[in-house]
Design a protein around this ligand. Structure first.
Ligand SMILES: *Cc1c(COP(=O)(O)O)cnc(C)c1O
Length: 372
């Protein structure tokens, strides 16, 4: 296959999201060296843009060279030492991934679980924190892309802030679509991804560390188990020293720079409203067509709608026809929800009425022909 044969798709799945032409153009700018003063200036702008997107003043804020999962690993591996207790609050795939990674790093994982599609009860999470006062970290997902649930963090954040435990939050699907409020929620380590509501291709993963987290990292008794993701080494490149650690993915940084400039130009509040509007329109349209919304009412993500298909519909072939005949990608269910639900993303550049209407029109066509 030739690259020129690629047919564009409308990406309305759980990520990646549609990338605007201006961001694609940014990728094609001339590649610079990672120590070029021009590039270092761009990196500083990117850090500023990420602080805005995260809602933080943290100095240690940068894009990890890798996707969201690399930043998830970076968040955990920098704060965990073998034998540490880590509380993981899980109600979906990504909570499960946090637990799996923590175990591989030698942590004793205390799991607090909730049924998929429901939020974690803040009181249950806070009870676990009280029961394990020596826990190194408490990890939780803000926007669970596997179920479409938005987790309330305020009470949990306030409770963790009063302890020595660090709050680690997955904001991969939240950033740029719904508020993260790293400082407001007392989050110590927060990570994200570029390919969801920031509307940038996959390949970089924003991350930020509070002073409380950095103090903990400076007082480690054994070095971080990952050399590549070690923030104390990365600080040598990001700080005034500008020392080589690894080669930054230069052109991806251009794309993120452009994505963050567009976010700044639109304004965070306007962007959140755009996602909220599109999400509401989609949810209403799906319910009208016999779908059942899966996530707990009052805690539904605007940017990721999970909906059970009408009774008796075989979703796999329909989803394939949506892709082949209409050029629209949506996601299927994961785990227990496999074969039963669709996960529809309206993220970043993709969050608009026009895309909702295009999808709903295609669903009408498909369901009409499936029934006929
Ligand atoms: C997409 C996603 C990830 C993983 O990111 P990758 O870029 O696929 O590595 C982690 N957490 C959540 C909540 C996500 O939606």
């Amino acid at each position: 296959m030739q690259l020129t044969d690629i047919r564009p798709r409308l990406l309305l799945g759980p990520g990646p999201s549609p990338v605007s032409p201006s961001i694609l153009e940014a990728l094609a700018r001339p590649t610079l060296g990672h120590l070029d003063p021009q590039f270092l200036e761009l990196m500083d702008d990117v850090a500023d843009g990420l602080r805005l997107a995260f809602g933080t003043d943290n100095t240690m804020t940068f894009p990890v060279s890798g996707t969201g999962s690399a930043a998830m690993e970076a968040s955990l591996v920098n704060v965990i030492e073998p034998g540490d207790t880590v509380i993981v609050a899980s109600n979906g795939v990504f909570g499960g991934r946090l637990a799996e990674m923590s175990r591989r790093m030698g942590a004793e994982v205390v799991l607090v679980e909730a049924e998929w599609g429901r939020i974690l009860d803040p009181d249950a999470v806070i009870d676990a924190l009280r029961a394990h006062p020596g826990a190194r970290a408490l990890a939780i997902v803000l926007a669970e892309t596997s179920t479409g649930v938005q987790q309330p963090l305020a009470e949990i954040g306030a409770a963790v802030a009063a302890t020595d435990t660090l709050l680690v939050v997955d904001a991969v699907t939240a950033i740029g679509g719904t508020p993260v409020a790293v400082d407001g929620n007392h989050i110590d380590v927060c990570y994200a991804g570029t390919q969801k509501c920031l509307g940038v291709p996959p390949g970089l993963a924003p991350i930020t560390f509070s002073e409380k987290a950095m103090d903990r990292i400076r007082s480690r008794t054994v070095p971080c188990a990952s050399w590549y993701l070690d923030v104390s080494l990365l600080a040598g490149y990001l700080g005034s020293e500008r020392k080589y650690h690894h080669t930054a993915p230069i052109n991806m940084v251009y794309a993120l720079h452009q994505g963050l400039s567009e976010l700044r130009a639109e304004g965070l509040e306007a962007r959140f409203e755009r996602h909220a509007r599109a999400g509401d329109r989609l949810k209403a349209g799906l319910v009208d067509r016999g779908f059942t919304l899966f996530a707990q009412e009052g805690h539904r993500l605007p940017q990721l709608t999970s909906a059970l298909l009408p009774e008796g519909v075989d979703e796999g072939p329909l989803r394939r026809r949506l892709l082949d005949e209409y050029g629209i990608e949506v996601g299927g269910g994961l785990g227990a929800a496999k074969g039963k639900l669709w996960r529809i993303g309206l993220m970043g550049h993709g969050a608009c009425d026009e895309n909702v209407d295009r999808l709903l029109a295609a669903v009408d066509d498909l369901f009409g022909s499936a029934v006929a």
